[in-house]
Design a protein around this ligand. Structure first.
Ligand code: AMP
Length: 294
């Protein structure tokens, strides 16, 4: 496994590998790797002739006052995990390599896809994400790029951007990997105290309850959301940033669950902001108006 810190060296190595005709898979991450990241890495290793992983805590996707400085980091552990999976290239650029003095170019994906949900709470977040992903895709030029469904809005923003800007990579979105109690794996889970960690599991319980209600025939989003809220509010120290039933393709709000929808959640647990989502599929002919739930 080769560890690369320089942008130009990474670009040259990737260009060389491309010319050998191998399918190149790429997994962009911010490090502090967990089983969620590793599922993307494994998918790439099994599907591609060569796998590149980037580890870069991207400052432009954090707003002032967010957790950029304290974002968890453990490069040594990340490298040893990636080595075990037989990753070929690990790209760990310094901030000044990615954003040298005078850096002035940003990629903005306009519209409701970036303005709503996480975009509403973190106004410049997706601009930072789109910018760094564009830069990484330009450096690596992978055949396939792997993203996680845990950050569904991010994956859809990247898909839109790749399509709009005629980028050549294929975007694959892999399922969310969860802890045994359902909590979506996240580097930010490390911020939680033992009691916060227990309460954080309510996020998945709330989503799963909503899914169960929808599958038993309830299609009214208001009723579904109330059930999810009741689960979340059964404990103190849990504050909902957003909880919405949305259309799977453009994340527009749905008053009634159509055949495929997502329940999207962002929740603060003792000040740590965690996001998750679940696919909810309405039973054919389900009830649009029932206010009583199941
Ligand atoms: P991050 O390091 O948090 O920026 O995440 C890097 C990639 O891993 C993104 O595409 C995330 O969506 C994905 N990812 C993070 N957590 C999970 C998870 N629990 N399951 C699957 N993918 C994940």
């Amino acid at each position: 496994m080769k560890i690369v810190k320089s942008v130009s060296e990474m670009a040259d190595l990737c260009a060389g590998e491309r010319s050998s005709g191998r399918i190149m898979g790429f997994v962009p991450t911010m490090g502090y790797l967990h089983a969620g990241h590793m599922s993307l890495v494994r998918a790439s290793v099994s599907e591609c002739g060569l796998t590149a992983v980037s580890v870069f805590v991207n400052p432009t996707q954090f707003s002032p006052g967010e957790d950029l400085k304290k974002y968890p980091r453990n490069l040594e552990r990340d490298i040893s995990l990636l080595e075990k999976e037989k990753v070929d290239l690990v790209f760990i650029p310094e901030e000044r390599q990615m954003y040298p003095d005078g850096y002035s170019t940003f990629v903005d994906v306009d519209g409701s896809l970036t303005e709503r949900l996480c975009g509403a709470s973190r106004p410049r977040h997706f601009r930072g994400v789109a910018t760094v992903v564009t830069k990484l895709l330009n450096i690596v030029e992978p055949t396939i790029s792997y993203f996680g469904q845990k950050d569904l809005q991010q994956a859809l923003v990247i898909r839109r951007m790749v399509s709009d800007l005629n980028m050549k990579t294929i975007i694959k979105v892999m399922p969310t990997v969860r802890e045994p109690d359902g909590l979506a794996m996240s580097s930010r889970n490390s911020y939680l105290s033992a009691s916060g960690r227990m309460r954080a599991s309510l996020i998945f319980k709330a989503l799963d309850k909503a899914r169960e209600i929808a599958e038993s025939g309830q299609r009214n989003s208001g009723v579904i959301l109330k059930e999810a809220r009741d689960v979340l509010f059964s404990q103190e120290g849990v504050v909902v940033d957003y909880l919405e039933v949305v259309n799977w393709s453009d994340l527009s709000v749905l008053e009634y669950v159509e055949d495929k929808a997502y329940l999207m959640a962002a929740v603060f647990v003792d000040g740590t902001r965690l996001i998750d989502n679940i696919e909810i599929t309405a039973k054919a002919g389900g009830n649009k108006n029932d206010k009583t739930g199941i």
